[in-house]
Design a protein around this ligand. Structure first.
Ligand code: KG4
Length: 355
């Protein structure tokens, strides 16, 4: 089996289906990590599902959407019907039925094209995605600290060397994105509420609307790297119940206060870890990293501490195939291939563990 079609480059097909976004991307990449790595995005097709009417993701509905979407995205992504050299697919963490949709799709393609498959951890995808800049690697000094903030995860991950991860802290209950989504629901904002709450918070700031109540900053002063966001929805609910109804003004004030509470906690825990581990580069990724206010707060605090912050463009912070194709390339370079027929979905896959 020939793995490389060109002498110095590889074409990787990335497949993502861990939650409610289906993604298929094709990249051409060459070089080694930290040396002469370059890549070209040939395609990055995403189909976002709309689960607003359910107030959350229904795994089996999402699975069927993935099964329908993935072949359509592939058709758009494959230029001249050429087969890629490697297929990279998300195997976890995520919703089992959704992960299986991508895995089954990858298995069929691997068989049809007779090409190797690489299993990718979705969270590694967010990290590697944020390290890429202008089609090359950003200058990166290790150790690197990654702040992963999405709808399903909130973690601080230490990487002492490329592609090695240690989770140093995570949420004990809800993820940061979940806090946005749950409070959003309470305020009558369609699921997922993060982006809309962020827009409302910005409006509140522009109009000088400050909350006349305070949400907690959970675990802010605890000397660890753990998070807990479930208390925010309880505190928000108490305020909404007391108000009796949700006025436009309350919605904006709450959005602002919630965003500021989440930002305060994320920034302070990140700074604590930066200091403790002597980190000079922080990477952030996941849907909540698309939040402009949180990005700006992180950027300001870290730059004051002389630490670089790497993020990717907001539209690449949410789930897509490119973030799977990129780590897929590096795993393929290390010949870290999986047997396509024994691939399994691993909904609880942890960073640093074998896929
Ligand atoms: O990474 P992602 O696309 O999917 C997974 O959870 O894996 O993240 C989705 C989460 C949702 O909770 C959504 O509300 C949140 O990211 N989100 C945001 C913003 N954009 C998306 N939260 C705050 N501000 C945003 N601009």
């Amino acid at each position: 089996m020939t793995i490389m079609r060109y002498k110095h480059s590889m074409r990787i097909l990335g497949i993502e289906s861990s939650a409610d976004d289906s993604g298929v991307a094709l990249i051409e990449a060459s070089g080694a990590f930290g040396k002469d790595f370059h890549f070209k995005v040939l395609a990055n097709e995403v189909a976002s599902q709309h689960h607003a009417e359910y107030g959350g993701i229904f795994p089996n509905v999402a699975k069927n959407e993935h099964i329908k979407n993935l072949p359509l995205l592939l058709e758009k992504a494959l230029l001249n019907d050429e087969k890629p050299d490697v297929i990279a697919v998300t195997v976890g963490p995520g919703l089992a039925p959704c992960l299986w949709a991508g895995i089954t799709f990858a298995q069929k393609l691997a068989q049809k094209w007779n090409v190797p498959v690489v299993a990718v951890n979705h969270l590694e995808g967010h990290i590697v995605m944020s390290m890429m800049k202008d089609a090359a690697l950003a200058a990166i000094e290790y150790p690197v600290l990654a702040l992963l903030i999405s709808g399903g995860n909130t973690q601080l991950v230490l990487s002492r060397e490329p592609f090695r991860y240690e989770i140093i802290g995570k949420t004990r209950d809800d993820a940061a994105g979940e806090a946005f989504d749950k409070v959003g629901r309470m305020l009558g904002v369609p699921y997922p509420g993060g982006a809309e709450l962020s827009r409302l918070a910005a409006q509140a700031r522009a109009e000088g609307l400050v909350a006349d109540f305070k949400l907690p900053r959970p675990m802010l002063h605890e000397d660890n790297y753990e998070f807990s966001f479930s208390g925010l929805k309880t505190a928000a609910l108490r305020i909404v119940e007391k108000a009796g109804n949700v006025s436009d003004e309350l919605r904006k004030r709450m959005a602002r206060e919630l965003e500021e509470s989440i930002a305060d906690v994320l920034v302070s825990k990140t700074l604590r870890a930066v200091e403790a581990y002597g980190v000079t580069t922080v990477v952030t990724g996941g849907g909540v990293a698309a939040n402009t206010f949180i990005r700006a707060q992180l950027e300001a605090a870290l730059s004051q501490a002389g630490v670089a912050l790497l993020v990717c463009p907001p539209q690449l912070s949410t789930d897509n195939g490119l973030m799977i194709a990129l780590p897929g390339y590096f795993h393929a370079l290390q010949k870290d291939f999986a047997d396509p027929m024994t691939l399994r979905a691993n909904p609880d896959l942890v960073l640093g563990e074998k896929e």
